[in-house]
Design a protein around this ligand. Structure first.
Ligand SMILES: NC(=O)c1ccc[n+]([C@@H]2O[C@H](COP(=O)([O-])OP(=O)(O)OC[C@H]3O[C@@H](n4cnc5c(N)ncnc54)[C@H](OP(=O)(O)O)[C@@H]3O)[C@@H](O)[C@H]2O)c1
Length: 328
């Protein structure tokens, strides 16, 4: 495909953010169904820090380029990589785990079945900020919880990246959405489609939640990972679903009788395990919403690739307010 090097943020062993180096690496050998992408923007995710540190175990061939999301432009295509032409604007959100090299580089090799067109006129920074949380929101709401119009969906951490996308998607699907967020973030959640926004720090949160959901909660998703399963279970409607996607080291008390007598289910998933077909289903909705300007995830900072270690530290220290986008 012509180019032999990429400038990348990478590690040679798992460990703290200090291990991240930025420099030239040989391009991995692109296969016949791969696409070489000139990277425009990437976004730092919590999961990138879990992969880098070893908290989330996945094959990481060294030197291992960090990061799973990118927006960019097709630089070259393998002979079997159908559907893409040099110059196409594209995106991916599943690099940097499962043995695949990551996206934090000037050039990245992407399997064609993990690459999607970026709709015309969509800004690459706005888009890259939404790719990972929006696909997560799709998988949670539709593949796992199978949200139906008219259902009551509670989104905890509604102003966060996953929470914002989940509010948008649930409201667009016709659900009655109630979010939790700090009061300053309530207008953002309302704008996205939440009918009601409650303060997650309120000691009487579950009392207010109960009053706001007289017919019970069909889907409860605390996207922040601060689970209170005993608190929410009495509020679940029959057949209620509780999504578990965060809190990698968290433990919770499970009120077993209260759950099974409601036909309720706890549904955990990690997007890292999603099949390419599921990711493609997610991409179709993500692209429809991006094209409509409907995916609004707050961008905190736009940094140069050299500051990837800083971005990881900000995520790990809880200092990031909004998505951290990096530009190679
Ligand atoms: N399983 C998966 O496939 C998957 C996929 C994507 C992400 N995740 C995980 O999901 C989590 C959230 O990711 P994100 O990108 O959405 O993070 P984020 O943008 O940092 O959002 C987290 C939100 O949670 C809020 N929050 C903090 N404490 C809370 C509490 N006690 N109750 C309710 N909300 C609270 C934060 O509000 P403040 O700003 O007020 O602090 C913030 O708005 C991360 O742990 C990430 O690893 C999992």
């Amino acid at each position: 495909m012509g180019t032999s090097h990429t400038r990348a943020a990478y590690v040679t062993e798992l460990g703290p953010a200090e291990r991240i180096r930025v420099g030239d690496l040989p391009l991995p050998e692109p296969g016949p169904t791969d696409v070489l992408v000139h990277v425009d923007a990437v976004a730092a995710n919590h999961v990138d820090t879990f992969v880098r540190s070893g908290l989330y175990r996945t094959p990481t061939p060294f030197p291992f380029v960090i990061g799973r999301d990118l927006t960019g432009t097709v630089a070259a295509t393998g002979p079997g990589a159908t559907g893409f032409t040099t110059g196409d604007r594209v995106w991916c959100n599943s690099l940097g785990h499962g043995g695949r090299q990551g996206s934090f580089a000037t050039l990245a090799v992407v399997p064609a079945d993990r690459l999607y067109p970026l709709p015309p006129s969509v800004d690459p920074v706005t888009a890259v900020a939404a790719l990972h949380p929006a696909a997560t929101a799709f998988l949670g709401l539709f593949r796992e919880a199978r949200v139906r119009p008219g259902e009551t969906v509670v989104i905890g951490g509604g102003a966060g990246a996953v929470g914002s996308c989940a509010i948008t998607m649930a409201a667009t699907a016709g659900a009655h959405v109630i979010a939790t967020a700090r009061p300053a973030d309530a207008p953002h959640c309302h704008d996205l489609g939440a009918a009601e926004v409650l303060d997650y720090r309120d000691p009487h949160l579950f009392t207010h939640l109960g009053k706001a959901t007289p017919d019970g909660i069909d889907v409860y998703w605390d996207t922040s990972g601060h689970h209170d399963i005993p608190g929410v279970t009495p509020l679940l409607a029959r057949g209620g679903r509780v999504l578990l996607t965060a809190g990698i080291s968290a433990r919770a008390e499970i009120p077993i009788g209260s759950l099974y007598t409601r036909d309720a289910r706890l549904l955990g998933f990690a997007i890292s395990n999603a099949a390419t077909a599921d990711l493609a289903d997610a991409a179709a909705l993500v692209n429809r919403l991006l094209a409509a300007g409907a995916l609004r995830v707050r961008v905190g900072e736009i940094l140069p690739l050299d500051q990837d270690a800083d971005a990881h530290r900000m995520l790990e220290d809880g200092q990031a307010t909004g998505r951290l986008v990096l530009r190679p």
